[in-house]
Design a protein around this ligand. Sequence first.
Ligand SMILES: C[S@@+](CC[C@H](N)C(=O)[O-])C[C@H]1O[C@@H](n2cnc3c(N)ncnc32)[C@H](O)[C@@H]1O
Length: 394
Amino acid sequence: MLATEKQYVQWFENETLCQARWLSESKQVPPARIVLVDDKTTADEAYRLACAGTSMLWQGDFQNARQLLQALTRRIESSEQRKISKAAKKNKSAKSKDEVLMIPNLFHQQRQAQAQRSRILSRLLLALDAGYVSQLRRASDVSAACKAAFGQLDEPCLLSFRDLQGALGAAGWRAKGVQIDSLDLAIFPHYGVFAPTRHEYVQLLLDAPLPTVHDIAFDIGTGTGLLAIILAQRGVKQVIATDLNPRALACASENFARLGLSAVQLQQADLYPTDVPLANLIVCNPPWLPAKPTSPLEYAVYDVNSAMLRGFLHGAKQHLAAQGEVWLILSDLAEHLQLRSRDELLGWFADAGLEVKYRLDTQPKHGRSQDETDPLFAARSSEITSLWCLVSET
Ligand SMILES: C[S@@+](CC[C@H](N)C(=O)[O-])C[C@H]1O[C@@H](n2cnc3c(N)ncnc32)[C@H](O)[C@@H]1O
């Protein structure tokens, strides 16, 4: 199934009008104006065009397009770096606290920069024939990766090199898998599905004592199926996993089949499964930052106004069997970024009729938490991910 709406784009080549299906993962509208570029186009010229909002259809050597994309990335990075240094300097010389750019603003500024970077890089396009075949010189065979990412397509299409690179990268992960050392197994993520590359929280799920009765568990927002797999391997008799994202369901189903797990069922659902018994255990690792997602994959990370988190908490009690437990896996990065307070979170537990039985903590060790040049280093390096064990209020 194609993740994009059916949209078409037109452009001229040697005064001939061409048309192709428009594919855009970040749901960008088809470009109104396209200019043709090739190996003779300099990186500076391409950067200027892209910054001015012009889409460029690549006609040159396939491999050279990668180099152009790298050159564009370097130009964007140095422009971002200049802005960051300017903000840091401004903060240093600020005469009063009011003049200092505060953490939530820095976070929003960083996201705006990421969105701008994505818009600029997405302006370098390529055309593919039906079945995702490129006619460019020295073209790689991209058809299998595109089919896996975007679905079967029997007509020509136009997409950004950036989306193509995403599809190629995902094909690599899908083939190689993400090794989860503490489980001694690999998980195979699909394109557009949250890949558990930072998986410190797995240990929390292994350390938490299972409720005495653990016949039925739900994994809400299963992604690759990782948490459902842990529960099944720990001996939960029946696990029901849900996700809104159809790619996640296909991915989880493949991971369950690889491991021969027949005790796991999948349902496409907004939060809770329907027509199932009450659960002894409900686990959820929701998107952890309250902000607007800008692409389908970002729905795993960003959650407007913490709507999924609050919806999950609000519905938990009515799906829980007597003596049942909720295991909420949640990073406190949003608290360090001042996007959500601890009191707010505790208030949502109380509003949902839940109380904290215990909490297990872990500290992420991923690269970004160690990068001292990141303006959000103070927040990122303080991040703690917790497993909150919640039970119905007595
Ligand atoms: C942070 S990822 C966690 C994935 C997986 N459980 C793990 O721990 O690796 C959050 C997942 O929640 C899913 N999701 C977001 N909103 C949802 C909703 N309203 N109902 C069901 N799933 C949702 C996303 O598609 C994503 O797969």
